[in-house]
Design a protein around this ligand. Structure first.
Ligand SMILES: O=C(O)CCC(=O)C(=O)O
Length: 281
């Protein structure tokens, strides 16, 4: 049984069912401050691209961003969550152009999802819509309904069903300061920003209190190695875009795992359930 993490039982029930909830989080003053901090920390924006502060090469800078954002978000998280560990925040942005999309994926498995939960709190600083890179989610696709093990070295489990994923996903269209609180295993993606303004968002991570931080590596023999990692390992990659594909140097090996592959027409059933629900509304 995975412990509840929301203080509000209604939100918890909705999160358990859909894999995400949307709530109002930040005040206008927070949005102004966080936007100004974004420009202070990011003076070399990638063009026509999706960018993230976790891609920065300078570790100290990434820790500074985390430590600056942490006290802004903490009081809001304390209102919403219980028995949780908040392990960091960083910026995500999209500059104008069709290459700024992000393909459907599930975030890496960073806790034992049979016992604990890890959550991505995605908070845009401008109103989001289908022109400027809104976040799409596939409701009900979280690991607690359909187990998957995920890591940079393991391809997206539903790549061969990509059309179905795209067809059944819904736009979250969060307003500035609203948060989409998603199970890290939920299938999600974002469309390109084809509007003029840069789309800035912040991703924050929380997990069940004291759940060990994990990372997985699929080795040359196709065996999956599980490692216990330092709490701040997500910000510790010197060169994010290449290092995430390497066996972790700073992890403690735990065990080999086998991938559980039993799709059982999961997506087919899921889509039917969602459609029936929408028709009933
Ligand atoms: O910011 C975005 O557009 C996508 C965010 C995302 O996919 C993530 O945080 O995992």
């Amino acid at each position: 049984m995975i412990p509840d993490i929301f203080k509000d039982s209604q939100l918890q029930a909705e999160f358990n069912e859909q894999g995400f909830v949307k709530v109002k989080l930040l005040l206008d003053d927070d949005i102004k401050k966080l936007t100004s901090l974004f420009y202070q920390f990011h003076n070399n924006l990638r063009e026509n691209a999706f960018g993230a502060s976790s891609f920065h090469h300078n570790k100290e800078e990434k820790f500074l961003i985390r430590d600056t954002l942490y006290p802004i978000f903490l009081p809001y998280f304390n209102q919403l969550f219980k028995d949780y560990t908040y392990f960091g925040s960083s910026y995500l942005y999209k500059t104008k152009g069709k290459n700024s999309d992000l393909a459907p994926h599930q975030d890496w498995t960073i806790v034992d999802e049979k016992k604990y939960v890890a959550i991505n709190i995605w908070t845009p600083l401008i109103d989001t819509n289908e022109q400027n890179g809104t976040l799409f989610v596939l409701p009900g696709s979280q690991a607690q309904k359909h187990f998957t093990l995920r890591a940079p070295t393991i391809p997206f489990h539903f790549q061969n069903k990509i059309e179905k994923v795209l067809k059944d996903s819904i736009p979250t269209n969060a307003k500035a300061g609203e948060a989409v609180i998603l199970n890290q295993s939920l299938i999600h993606y974002s469309t390109p920003n084809i509007a003029d303004d840069i789309r800035i968002a912040i991703t924050s991570g929380i997990k069940t209190k004291d759940a060990p931080m994990l990372f997985h590596y699929k080795n040359e023999q196709n065996k999956i190695e599980r490692y216990i990692m330092p709490e701040d390992f997500l910000l510790g990659f010197e060169n994010f875009e290449t290092d995430i594909y390497q066996r972790p140097a700073n992890g403690a090996f735990v065990e080999y795992l086998s991938e559980e592959k039993n799709e059982n027409n999961f997506l087919q059933k899921l889509a039917t359930t969602i459609k029936n629900k929408l028709l009933l509304k």
